[in-house]
Design a protein around this ligand. Structure first.
Ligand SMILES: [Zn+2]
Length: 232
């Protein structure tokens, strides 16, 4: 079916990644958000494939606080979010903008989960953590609990599992969507519980690595000003 066919079937609302990032600044400009008065926070997977997206955010919003772990999940916790919010520019109102995205590859043949990586003659996978989790689930490995030697992966697994309708019969698209929702929910909880009053926006989505660049399928997005929230 090819990349474009697969993209429009699995992620019909996807746009080129730079369009997505540009829209964020356009959507927030009317509310007074600008790079000089706003700190960006980014939660994406550790995979080097996500670096071009982070570079786009930096290009538009300036240097960004890193919040992502394997899969893009946020385990920075209260202390991590408190640190970031304490770094927001001190103005009459403090402002922060968050980008929280899970990610997936789609290769030139339209195969979901696959990417080409330079230096790898064979197809590779993204998100590797979610593909790894999928393999375990398909083998019936449903063991849970924090593994000190594998902290991020075991936390990822333990957060994702309860959100699956049928853990033994899931697929990468569902895992990717669950991861996106977990990233957004964790940021939401941690920002709202922090003592610093901040006007903030969150853009969630799925970052898609295609053969000729990155795309984003927009997920939930909102703006909260003075404690009042509206969808973006
Ligand atoms: Zn990943």
């Amino acid at each position: 079916m090819g990349f474009q066919g697969s993209l429009s079937r699995s992620y019909p609302g996807a746009v080129p990644a730079m369009v997505y990032v540009q829209r964020s600044i356009e959507a927030l400009a009317a509310e007074g958000f600008a790079p000089e008065n706003t700190l960006a926070g980014v939660a994406v997977c550790r995979d080097e494939l996500t670096r071009p997206f982070v570079a786009m955010v930096r290009e538009v919003w300036g240097e960004a606080f890193e919040l992502g772990s394997l899969g893009g999940l946020v385990f920075a916790g209260k202390a991590g979010i408190a640190a970031m919010l304490a770094h927001t520019p001190v103005r009459r109102r403090r402002r922060a903008v968050f980008f929280g995205l899970s990610h997936v590859g789609i290769d030139v043949d339209g195969e979901v989960g696959r990417v080409h990586r330079d230096g790898h003659p064979e197809a590779s996978y993204a998100c590797g953590a979610l593909v790894g989790l999928l393999g375990r689930l398909e083998r019936g490995e449903l063991r849970t609990g924090l593994d000190p030697a594998n902290i991020e992966f075991s936390l990822l697994r333990d957060r994702v599992l309860p959100r699956l309708r049928h853990p033994a019969h899931t697929d990468l698209l569902e895992l990717t969507e669950v991861a996106r929702g977990l990233i957004a929910a964790e940021l939401d909880i941690r920002v709202r519980e922090d003592a610093i009053e901040v006007d903030w926006a969150l853009f969630s989505g799925v970052l898609i690595h295609g053969p000729e660049g990155d795309w984003v399928a927009p997920g939930s997005a909102w703006l909260e000003v003075g404690g009042a929230r509206r969808a973006l």
